[in-house]
Design a protein around this ligand. Structure first.
Ligand code: CS2
Ligand code: MG
Length: 403
């Protein structure tokens, strides 16, 4: 029997923090998995080093599902972002190894292609409406067919999703959380005007998306969805806090704007009701935070039965390993919707050499065996961990609110 003989947890900060698991077999085959949890990275690194690595040494790398069940059921304590990101890293690395052993890219092991390329969306954002329009144009010029539009809100400083660096957006920007201010009335009054202008300038073809980042109540979200109907959004993302699945019933009853949610979900149980009741249109779970390729496939298979499509989160805090793994899943499922694609910096790309490529609005995974991505451990060691937190948000009277 082939055995796992080495399991290394690598923490690196090529501009932002990433946690990576690298497994090596006694035949010298290695596999990588992303375990990054933005702002809480070291908790996952410790979970892996202290509680998972000792269970992996000597195991058969071919037993992917059995290892998943061993780590999930064996912990007794279920779910949660830390546990599920750690399991995801192991699962992803084992799929990488299986692909290399088989001599096939992972999407072939998942059933082969369902499409020619993976349609991705980028993030256009600006402080002002005029700046935002310029940024939308930048993305369409780059060939993107789908663009997420975020914009500053008059009267509010530091709006969500508006970044000084337009190509490499990074919200975890400080060693202690940055304080931002939120006002729902100001926001609700402004956003429809922005989308009216974007449609006027760019016409009906470009697919438009918007992220609310969990900030509204269901009735407020219903109102926003209705007011955006004339502008034909592909999706309205995270309109309300996602802990309360039945909150979506109310939004759904009032608007035909499609809904997307799931970047903070870590298991099928977080979205089972949303999917079965067809309360959403896109489920945005990811390889890294939702238990790896195996569990993400399970979520997307359930979604396929209920007319829900995939829309995996792909922000810069998910490493190129997660992006590569996502592309293999995206290519092989029947119910793919869209894939978020925020570009990593050249420093990050150097630490994670990869073969996926962007072409005319599509991403294509590498055709090499496995995932087609690796970590350069020497380059990684040149970028030590730096504490970084996501911002927090308060209402204008100082009340804590969802960021
Ligand atoms: C966002 C993320 O990409 C998205 O849709 O919601 O940028 C999110 O804020 C970060 O991943 C948080 O780490
Ligand atoms: Mg989001």
């Amino acid at each position: 029997m082939v055995k796992i003989v080495d399991a290394r947890v690598i923490v690196t900060c090529p501009g932002r923090n990433f946690v990576t698991l690298k497994l090596v077999t006694d035949e010298g085959v290695s596999g990588v998995g992303d375990a990054t949890l933005n702002g809480r990275e070291l908790a996952v690194a410790s979970y892996l080093s202290d509680h998972v690595v000792p269970l992996l040494i000597g195991r058969d790398p071919a037993r992917i599902e059995d290892t998943w069940q061993y780590l999930y059921q064996g912990a007794y304590w279920r779910r949660g972002p830390v546990t599920m990101s750690a399991i995801a890293a192991v699962d992803t690395a084992l799929w990488d190894i299986k692909g290399k052993v088989a001599g096939l890219p992972v999407y072939q092991l998942l059933g082969g292609r369902c499409r020619d390329g993976v349609t991705v969306y980028g993030h256009a954002n600006g402080e002002t409406l005029d700046e935002t329009l310029i940024e939308v144009g930048r993305f369409t010029d780059l060939g993107y067919r789908a663009v997420r539009v975020q914009t500053g809100v008059p009267g509010l400083e530091k709006a969500y999703g508006v970044s000084p660096d337009k190509l490499y957006y990074e919200p975890a920007d400080a060693t202690l959380p940055t304080e931002t201010t939120w006002s729902t009335p100001r926001y609700l009054a402004h956003v429809p005007k922005v989308f009216a202008r974007v449609r006027e300038e760019f016409g009906p073809d470009v697919r438009l998306l918007h992220d609310v980042h969990h900030r509204l109540t269901p009735i407020e979200a219903a109102r926003l969805g209705k007011s955006l109907e004339p502008y034909d959004l592909t999706w309205l993302e995270d309109p309300v806090r996602a802990e309360l699945q039945e909150g979506f019933r109310l939004i759904r009853a009032h608007t035909t704007t499609p809904l997307a949610v799931g970047e903070v979900f870590n298991s099928i149980w977080d979205c089972a009701d949303l999917i079965r009741e067809q309360l959403i249109d896109y489920v945005r779970t990811t390889v890294v935070h939702a238990g790896g390729i195996s569990h993400l496939r399970r979520i997307f298979d359930l979604a396929a039965l209920h007319h829900v499509r995939s829309g995996s989160h792909g922000a810069t805090d998910l490493s190129p390993i997660c992006m590569a793994a996502a592309l293999h899943v995206d290519l092989s499922i029947p119910n793919f919707g869209l894939q978020e694609y925020m570009r990593h910096t050249p420093e990050t790309d150097e630490v994670f050499p990869h073969g996926y490529r962007f072409d005319g609005g599509f991403l294509h995974p590498a055709e090499t065996p496995g995932l087609g991505v690796d970590i350069d451990e020497e380059a990684a060691s040149r970028h030590p961990y730096r504490p970084a937190y996501l911002p927090v948000a308060r209402l204008e009277d100082g009340t804590m609110h969802a960021w």
